[in-house]
Design a protein around this ligand. Structure first.
Ligand SMILES: [Zn+2]
Length: 233
């Protein structure tokens, strides 16, 4: 798989195996944190579908910059939703903007501790994700990075890493920037009305493009994805 061209610009981190290539957030590199549970997972070979998930407001309560592991609170139905998607044997990849890192408001260690808390919370209810990609950059800084949603850089990097077919993949998020990143990558997009989602929903009338589905909860979103993916297989 050819992924070396973009590799130097990105950051791969796997908390579970303590493997890091840390690049300074100030260097305008895009960063990837991969909490990998690929061992024993039989991906749908040749299928290429994945589900991208926003983190804050979609999986966990959005409380601004999360610095404390104990502030990591899963939203209702998240365990059931992720377990359902896990059962499809396709990668679940979290894609999250974390400009607090670039601003120096959040340290790498704090960020990883919160991710570890998320990982444990999901593990304790029988769910998991396969990787977490994040953008640490500050918005409106020139030149703009390629990875801050609504730009699709995180999704494109994951597509290379996991050999994905983005046209068969999905993004679920609570903000317009999640939907737009999905559109830009050629994915199907689902708005979930948790977190900031109700506000995003109200503003959809101003948008030139509408999401493929609007869900009240992450479980509803996952059920729609499951139906859609099984229909197209
Ligand atoms: Zn970025």
């Amino acid at each position: 798989m050819q992924k070396q061209e973009l590799k130097p610009e990105y950051f791969l981190e796997r908390p579970g195996v303590d493997q890091k290539n840390v690049l300074s957030p100030s260097s305008q590199t895009c960063q990837i944190s991969s909490n990998v549970a690929k061992q024993g997972t039989a991906y749908c070979i040749g299928c290429g579908a994945a589900v991208f998930l926003d983190r804050d407001g979609t999986i966990n309560e959005d409380r601004g910059y999360l610095r404390e592991p104990k502030a990591m609170k899963l939203l209702p139905t998240v365990c059931e939703a992720l377990a359902l998607l896990n059962g499809l044997n396709i990668p679940l990849i979290i894609v999250t903007n974390q400009s607090a890192l670039g601003r120096g408001l959040l340290s790498e260690a704090e960020f990883e501790a919160v991710n570890a808390a998320l990982w444990r919370a999901l593990q304790s209810c029988g769910a998991r994700y396969d990787a977490l990609y994040y953008c640490p950059h500050i918005p409106d800084k020139a030149p703009p990075c390629a990875c801050r949603k609504p730009r699709p850089g995180l999704l494109l990097q994951a597509a290379m890493d996991f050999s994905l077919d983005l046209s068969r993949s999905y993004i679920i998020g609570d903000k317009q920037s999640d939907l737009d990143a999905g559109y830009a990558a050629g994915c199907r997009a689902i708005l979930v009305r948790t977190g900031f989602g109700e506000t995003t929903y109200q503003a959809l009338v101003q948008q030139p493009r509408q999401p493929n589905y609007v869900a009240a909860t992450l479980l509803e979103a996952a059920q729609w994805v499951a139906r859609d993916i099984l229909a197209v297989r």
